[in-house]
Design a protein around this ligand. Structure first.
Ligand SMILES: *[C@@H]1O[C@H](CO)[C@@H](O)[C@H](O)[C@H]1NC(C)=O
Ligand SMILES: *[C@@H]1O[C@H](CO)[C@@H](O)[C@H](O)[C@H]1NC(C)=O
Ligand SMILES: *[C@@H]1O[C@H](CO)[C@@H](O)[C@H](O)[C@H]1NC(C)=O
Ligand SMILES: [Cu+2]
Length: 393
């Protein structure tokens, strides 16, 4: 009797958890809490960051609609400020928002599938947040996307539901083919709802995965003016396979060193020249075909999100990369001493020719969206040292 009552309670409580999934703290969050004291210890030793000025980044679903709107309005403000780039050299970069895209495109070959992937994108995302503050009066922090929380149906999540407190919704449904890696989703066309409906995308494409691809850029380096809409194809094919909470937990808990972590996250098996059309984890030592990094981008789909070079054309880029950064931070916090000043990998995308190894002394600079200085990677590996002073909640 007692036992069946217990089972009944257990069944009832687990179905409750399922029903209210969006307000339950998931297993990734539990890992985060388990590691947080290590961050606090490091914070206590930081010479640049204190408890008093520590910024807290939160999940999109956990911030109020008013705060979501402040973040959106700050991004719209950046889209209305003129570019700082030379218009002759970069005709497609017309706004401050575009400047970030151009800087990302310019360095794409050295910041993906390389040792600096994590640190570079940490600094890039932080720089976006800094410019939102300094040039658009934003007072909040960079929100992040916890993929697992919305993995079953990302299109109806508060990030992509098309409401005026979302990052705009899906693209219009158009008849379109599959990519080499996943079937066509329910969108594919121009976005038609939410705050960014009127946005004009100009830079790129350079390596679009979307099918059909957008019109070619007038310049070979993609920096020409190629005005078009923001397209998306938000779908759950990848998210329901590769960005579930358990996938993120496995990534964090089963990656013993930085090489394993960054490879799983970016997925080294995702090599365009190998054209793998089917997914069999057994052939990949249990490694998924899509790490959370690629799966997150391609879950948004469309022309920008599916292009290594121009993915920051989609305003959701920064919430995605803040999610990437949080995942790295949690992995670091679980053994901060051994997981902070570490680097592995080469210096050229996917390292096809055995490029020189990346080192902690390599420098990172962001040109017109940087602070007028460069940093060494070793200054960019802790969220409470160097230029940074933030944590995740
Ligand atoms: C691209 O990189 C070159 C070489 O580092 C640099 O001179 C140029 O300013 C960069 N362009 C942008 C848009 O950052
Ligand atoms: C988009 O532009 C149209 C036409 O100018 C305008 O009516 C609409 O309010 C704009 N929507 C947003 C979300 O800015
Ligand atoms: C760091 O690694 C060393 C050597 O493997 C190990 O002895 C130590 O316990 C690790 N530190 C933490 C905090 O786990
Ligand atoms: Cu990138």
């Amino acid at each position: 009797m007692a036992r069946s009552l217990w089972l009944l309670l257990l069944a009832a409580s687990s179905s409750l958890v399922d029903a209210s999934k969006s307000c339950e703290k998931d297993d990734v969050y539990k890992l985060q809490q388990a590691g947080k004291h290590q961050l606090e210890a490091r914070l206590a030793k930081s010479t640049t960051c204190t408890k008093e000025n520590l910024q807290v980044r939160r999940e999109w679903g956990d911030i109020s609609k008013a705060d979501r709107r402040k973040y959106i309005d700050a991004m719209l403000c950046l889209m209305n400020k003129p570019s700082h780039l030379n218009p002759t050299e970069y005709p497609g970069a017309q706004t401050r928002f575009d400047d970030f895209v151009a800087v990302h495109m310019n360095q794409t070959m050295f910041i993906h599938g390389t040792g600096q992937f994590l640190a570079w994108h940490r600094y890039f995302t932080w720089s976006f947040e800094r410019v939102l503050r300094e040039e658009c009066g934003y007072t909040g922090t960079q929100p992040y996307w916890n993929w697992g929380r919305w993995a079953a149906d990302p299109a109806s999540s508060p990030l992509f539901d098309g409401s005026d407190t979302s990052l705009s919704g899906n693209g219009r449904q158009i008849d379109h083919g599959p990519t080499d890696y996943f079937p066509p989703g329910p969108g594919g066309g121009c976005i038609y709802s939410g705050p960014f409906v009127n946005m004009t995308v100009r830079l790129g494409p350079l390596a679009p995965l979307s099918n059909p691809p957008p019109a070619r850029n007038p310049l070979p380096n993609g920096m020409g003016d190629n005005p078009r809409c923001l397209s998306r194809d938000v779908h759950n094919y990848l998210s329901s396979r590769f960005t579930r909470t358990q996938d993120i937990v496995t990534l964090i808990a089963d990656s013993p060193d930085i090489l394993a972590f960054q490879d799983r996250m970016q997925t080294v098996t995702f090599r365009p020249w190998e054209q793998e059309a089917t997914y069999d984890p057994a052939e990949h030592n249990g490694m998924p075909l899509f790490g959370v990094h690629a799966a997150g981008h391609h879950t948004i789909g469309g022309d920008p999100a599916g292009d290594f070079f121009t993915s920051p054309n989609d305003p959701a880029f920064y919430a995605h990369h803040s999610g990437i950064d949080r995942t790295w931070a949690i992995w670091q916090w679980l053994d901060l001493e051994n997981r902070t000043e570490v680097i592995a990998g080469g210096t050229l995308m996917f390292d096809p020719f055995n490029s020189p190894k990346a080192t902690l002394d390599d420098v990172v600079g962001l040109g017109v969206v940087g602070e007028g200085r460069v940093w060494r990677i070793r200054d960019l590996v802790s969220t409470v040292d160097g230029p940074f002073c933030y944590t995740y909640e």
